[in-house]
Ligand binder design. Sequence first.
Ligand SMILES: Nc1nc2c(ncn2[C@@H]2O[C@H](COP(=O)(O)OP(=O)(O)O)[C@@H](O)[C@H]2O)c(=O)[nH]1
Ligand SMILES: [Mg+2]
Ligand SMILES: [Zn+2]
Length: 323
Amino acid sequence: MHDSDGVLKVQHGPVPPDLSVDGVVVQGTGGVWDVRLESGAVAQASLRGRLKQDERTAIKLAVGDRVTIQWDNRDPGAWFITTIHERRSKLARRAPGGARGERVVVANLDQVLVVFAAANPEPHPRMADRFLVIAEANGLDARIVVNKCDLVSAERSRALFAEHAAAGYPVHYTSVRTGEGLDELRAEVGGRSSALSGPSGVGKSSLMNTLFPGLNLRTAAISESVNKGRHTTVGAVLHPLPGGGFLADTPGLREVGLWGIDPADVAHCFPEFRPFLGECRFADCIHTVEPGCAIREAVTAGTIMQGRFDSYVKLREELAGQR
Ligand SMILES: Nc1nc2c(ncn2[C@@H]2O[C@H](COP(=O)(O)OP(=O)(O)O)[C@@H](O)[C@H]2O)c(=O)[nH]1
Ligand SMILES: [Mg+2]
Ligand SMILES: [Zn+2]
């Protein structure tokens, strides 16, 4: 029933007419979705009419969704997605106009990995804040990976994201070259579903290929020659990990964007602000110029880091300007 790629070749074998199996959507474009079954086989399935109608209103299928598919024996036979199971989480791109324009990029994620390089390209801690706010707004855990630590001193690499470590985010220091930090990172990624994000060239693909040999993500060296003149992948692709879990590759959080986040919610997306929220003199304090602001007092006291506070002000203003 399976060819060498693990694709389910049901046409060539007898399939019970009511065969129904569960799987995970790993890829999809133009109405046909790749559904990975527990066996590792992949079936190509499309949505049943009823679900298609739902799609226009509330439910939108996304990679990461757990589904039930059913084989329809009518000649020539095809797989149909009959049930979309409840999601435990989602990474969604909200559009202007609210929930109706929402597009789920990946469903059922456990965490977001925000990857930067210690050097080449230079890291941007303030860009990390933007990604972290998106993760928080989606209710997802996040961890930071500082790769290419072989290129700078240990002091330098630790200083780069010290503000994020102080804010409570796990920060991993890794090098594909030396192997530093890889076992610890593998332990946090294996068996879970993670979205990989960060600028290009920081070593995301190299890291994942090294952590999970056989994953075969394209690295810079290969994709430059292979990808020339081709369309880049549309939508996220889920890569199953040995031992369970998935890695979602592209589009990054940049594409998800900040759209639709209420400016009043931004402060809650900075976890280290939360103990102070509600402590300001004015209930509607936006923590910029108001007297008696507990957040700014915490910045002065060094409990909240200045750079993180600067990001808060900038991102809140950006969102307020979009309204
Ligand atoms: N020095 C050093 N170079 C690395 C490391 N990881 C990846 N690279 C190199 O960085 C470049 C970009 O890597 P790639 O995995 O394609 O980055 P991606 O765009 O984030 O997926 C490649 O030339 C890699 O060989 C590392 O830990 N140290
Ligand atoms: Mg890559
Ligand atoms: Zn305040």
